[in-house]
Write a protein that binds this ligand. Structure first.
Ligand SMILES: [Zn+2]
Length: 321
């Protein structure tokens, strides 16, 4: 039932929906809950779930024909809203000068994959896993943006227009002058996570100092953004066992590092084949033209065009970790 409900959430077209979702066209009481709302699904401006034919105690006693008409109408309205959302997305592809429309990510996994530390990284009971790619066979990659110095409004516009999911890892010392920017990103569906208070080389610090760097930023982000982060990325990717212990002690579930790093003019590949692989985590930074030969939107364009050319979609990290 769950699989059926999930498909209903991702397919468009009134006819298909009518067949799949309502069986004979009459209200099937959907016992299992549908998929959780996907802010980066077909569009956050439309309901990610098609109208439920089942929630219709009010229809009891009405003739089956009337019921069927009501269901058909609701599905048609849903299909229309999906079509409009797709038209807006395609218009954004032109606005932001992409070569092709980004591929759509598949529906998120019903259950998050079991994640263990990548080979060569520390692991242990009670410690959050350290990874550079998410275990999946799907052709998806994940976009993560670090630090928080540059707060380019065009970046939020572009990612929102194109419905591209992403996750920010914020360091308080550069993000704090405008947490409002990141609140807006979070409101649009972005994940906001922890990248320490002052961006130190953590292994050079004592356990207590590391705990302050990580756990105080957990508290600040919870206060500023309204949601406690579940992911932590150590500055420079440098960590030791104390880092993982400290992170675990204040609610961190996983420590995503990265497989590639993106810039406006290039991608620095983690492997010799210079290709994305399923589940790769892409790192980039909130940086502007002062430090980069290009803007943040140039960087996003490079990531998206490269991913699309290689047959990859950008998926939402929090759906997998
Ligand atoms: Zn950093």
């Amino acid at each position: 039932m769950r699989g059926k409900a999930r498909r209903c959430g991702t397919l468009g077209g009134a006819a298909i929906l009518a067949l799949i979702c309502s069986g004979a066209g009459l209200p099937p009481p959907l016992a299992a809950p549908g998929p959780s709302p996907q802010p980066w699904g077909p569009s956050s401006t439309v309901d990610a779930n098609p109208p439920r034919a089942g929630a219709s105690a009010a229809l009891l006693g009405v003739s089956q024909q009337t019921q069927a008409r009501t269901v058909a109408k609701a599905l048609e309205a849903y299909a229309t809203s999906l079509k409009r959302a797709e038209a807006r997305r395609l218009a954004a592809v032109k606005t932001w000068k992409l070569r092709r429309a980004p591929l759509r990510a598949p529906a998120p996994p019903a259950d998050k994959p079991e994640v263990t530390s990548e080979r060569g990284h520390l692991s242990g009971a009670g410690l959050p896993p350290v990874l550079v790619r998410v275990p999946t066979d799907e052709k998806v990659v994940f976009l993560t943006i670090d630090d928080g110095a540059e707060k380019d409004p065009d970046l939020l516009r572009m990612l929102n227009d194109l419905r591209i999911p992403w996750s920010g890892f914020l360091s308080d010392h550069v993000a704090r002058d405008d947490y409002g920017y990141f609140r807006e990103a979070h409101r649009q569906g972005a994940g906001v996570h922890n990248h320490s208070i002052s961006h130190p080389e953590l292994p050079a610090l004592s356990y207590r100092e590391q705990r302050e760097e990580i756990c105080e930023q957990q508290d600040i982000l919870e206060e500023e953004i309204g949601e406690r982060p579940t992911l932590f990325r150590p500055p420079y990717g440098a960590y030791d066992r104390d880092t993982l212990r400290a992170a675990a002690s204040c609610g961190v579930r996983a420590v995503p590092l990265w497989a590639e790093e993106a810039f406006p003019d290039r991608i620095e590949w983690g492997r010799e084949d210079r290709k994305f692989h399923p589940g790769d985590i892409i790192l980039t930074h909130f940086r502007g033209e002062a430090e980069w030969d290009g803007s943040m939107t140039d960087m996003v364009r490079r990531v998206l065009d490269t991913a699309t050319r290689q047959g990859f979609a950008v998926a939402r990290l929090e759906d997998y970790l």
